[in-house]
Design a protein. Structure first.
Lengths: 112, 112
């Protein structure tokens, strides 16, 4: 069974509008959740993580994510999207002590 | 501080040929990982090494072998390449449990 689901293959928004990339998880116990971004022909870059504590996590480049235990979700958000935010975004959850399980990815396109 | 480096960046092989992908990190991380990225499938873990001297299988280990040469270096070997191994390969390093994984720039491999 998939541990992380990203229900949208693509998200399209206009520059300046809010951006949301959805992620749901299905692991037992307390989840450790991560968001990564991949720009074309580059490796993955870490954006933010949720381990414990405040349900709203702030990360790099103005991104934030909200952990919702009842809905088993960890959606990535940015209040005002930039064209430079166009990229492939991955949600991941820790499985075991060392391994990450990734979602299939969501392609974000921000139009000028 | 180069982070995680990978060589080569690109490689084309014929079916049945062998090759080794190299990875090194300078962040003094204990754990290292090899992933493959295929369209629509996210990243899948091939092998990982929780610490120097140990290696373990991930989700898709068939057709691959690894060597943790020392704390810095973790190589991935394809003994007899197959077209199904055409992919982008990423090396990552990180720590235990809640620690972030950091990714290299990737190797784009094509097997003809």
């Amino acid at each position: 069974a998939q541990s992380v689901a990203q229900p949208e293959d693509q998200v399209n928004v206009a520059e300046g509008n809010p951006l949301t990339v959805k992620c749901t998880y299905s692991v037992s116990g307390n989840p450790y959740l991560f968001w990564y971004v991949q720009y074309p022909n580059r490796g993955l870059q870490f954006l933010l993580k949720y381990i414990t504590g405040d349900n709203l996590v702030k990360g790099s480049y103005g991104f934030e994510a909200e952990f919702n235990k009842s809905q088993t979700s960890f959606h990535l958000k940015k209040p005002s999207a930039l064209v430079s935010d166009s990229a492939l975004y991955f949600c991941a959850v820790r499985k075991g002590d060392y391994k990450l399980s990734f979602g299939a990815g969501t392609t974000v396109t921000v139009r000028a | 501080n180069a982070g995680v480096t990978q060589t080569p960046k690109f490689q084309v092989l014929k079916t049945g040929q062998s090759m080794t992908l190299q990875c090194a990190q300078d962040m003094n991380h204990n754990s290292m990982y090899w992933y493959r990225q295929d369209p629509g499938m996210g990243l899948r873990l091939i092998y990982y090494s929780a610490s120097e001297g140990t290696t373990d299988k991930g989700e898709v280990p068939n057709g691959y072998n690894v060597s943790r040469l020392n704390k810095r270096e973790f190589s991935l070997r394809l003994e007899s390449a197959a077209p199904s191994q055409t992919s982008v390969y990423f090396c990552a390093s990180g720590g235990y449990s809640t620690d972030t994984q950091y990714f290299g720039p990737g190797t784009r491999l094509t097997v003809l």
